[in-house]
Ligand binder design. Structure first.
Ligand SMILES: *[C@@H]1O[C@H](CO)[C@@H](O)[C@H](O)[C@H]1NC(C)=O
Ligand SMILES: *[C@@H]1O[C@H](CO)[C@@H](O)[C@H](O)[C@H]1NC(C)=O
Length: 312
């Protein structure tokens, strides 16, 4: 009986606090560290959505950019970088045509590696200008952000979140070299999760499984080049050994811009959320050419299905 009378009084201060703080507690302060190019175009829609729900977003960007530009639904905070717009455009855009040309495999491989090296260096320098900018870091630290929203393909945001001890939310289409499954300690069986560029499906023959195991080995080396500088920076700033898995494992939530309609099914962890469809925010009517190609492909599929179903 006495317990029944005491409890409401104990809860009253808490209830009052909730009532007072409630209306403001809903709005959060989000620090956005975007990845350039088309990656930003998807993230921009998510930031627009956050703003519409009353959250405050600050987008952190280098002064030299491709697509990241100021908008009225977020605050833009820029920092200086040691390269010009022309240099940036030249490095990022000048060799893009290589990927659409028919050239020898070895030439393509070497050119791709050179391209990757150049591009990684630009992003690495941009990140250094951000993380070692004492005034900017002090300002960000004092701004008490609730969360860092970032694309881990550019791991600078993840390192910054770790440095400022702010929870990170990753927003991505995918990341090579299984950094997502390693970061989330997610099972990733070779036997039915097809690896990048293998063209395998989730049903594999013995040799396809062997291919599925061998491909990631070569990618492991290629991934060292763009990603290890971030582990080095994190170790330097945090004064302890920080690995790539530590950086990628630090995210609270992974938001994948995919779903099991587009991708093959695979195991996932409770903090991996599939938000495929977010890229369809800007719906437009299909062009005649598009509809034509779609109908044609539908007929082909139907033809194949019919043909196969007639086979014994
Ligand atoms: C890489 O950068 C160097 C020096 O800026 C340049 O000469 C070379 O063409 C670039 N290569 C690629 C593939 O972007
Ligand atoms: C952020 O501020 C806190 C409290 O003043 C301080 O302890 C911490 O070292 C600061 N972090 C960075 C990265 O400057």
């Amino acid at each position: 009986m006495s317990l029944g009378l005491q409890l409401p009084w104990q809860f009253l201060p808490g209830l009052l606090l909730c009532l007072c703080v409630g209306p403001w507690a809903e709005a959060g302060k989000v620090l956005v560290v975007p990845m350039e190019g088309s990656h930003w175009l998807s993230m921009r829609e998510a930031v627009r959505g956050l703003h519409a729900r009353g959250h405050q977003a600050v987008v952190l960007s280098p002064e030299v950019t491709m697509h990241v530009k100021a908008e009225d639904f977020f605050t833009m905070k820029t920092y200086a970088v040691p390269y010009t717009q022309d240099e940036f455009d030249y490095i990022v855009m000048d060799k893009i045509h290589l990927f659409f040309e028919r050239i020898h495999f070895l030439t393509l491989f070497l050119e791709t590696m050179a391209f990757l090296k150049n591009v990684s260096l630009v992003f690495q320098r941009s990140c250094e200008e951000l993380l070692y900018n004492k005034d900017l870091i002090r300002h960000l630290n004092a701004s008490s952000f609730d969360v860092v929203l970032t694309d881990p393909v550019y791991p600078c945001g993840a390192v910054l979140a770790k440095y400022l001890s702010i929870p990170a939310v990753f927003f991505l289409r995918s990341i090579p070299c299984n950094l997502d499954t390693e970061g989330t300690a997610c099972p990733n069986p070779f036997s039915y999760v097809p690896r990048l560029l293998t063209m395998n499906s989730d049903h594999m023959t013995f040799f396809q499984r062997v291919k599925n195991m061998l491909y990631p080995l070569s990618f492991k080396c290629i991934c060292q080049l763009p990603f290890t500088p971030y582990a080095r920076m994190a170790s330097d700033l945090l004064h302890r050994e920080v690995s790539l898995v530590d950086i990628f494992g630090s995210a609270s939530i992974w938001l994948f811009r995919g779903d099991f309609v587009m991708d093959y099914p695979r195991p996932f962890m409770p903090n991996m959320v599939f938000i495929g469809g977010i890229n369809c925010a800007n719906r437009k009517p299909l062009s005649r050419v598009c509809i034509g190609a779609f109908i044609q492909s539908m007929f082909q599929v139907e033809h194949i299905v019919l043909k196969n179903s007639l086979l014994p």
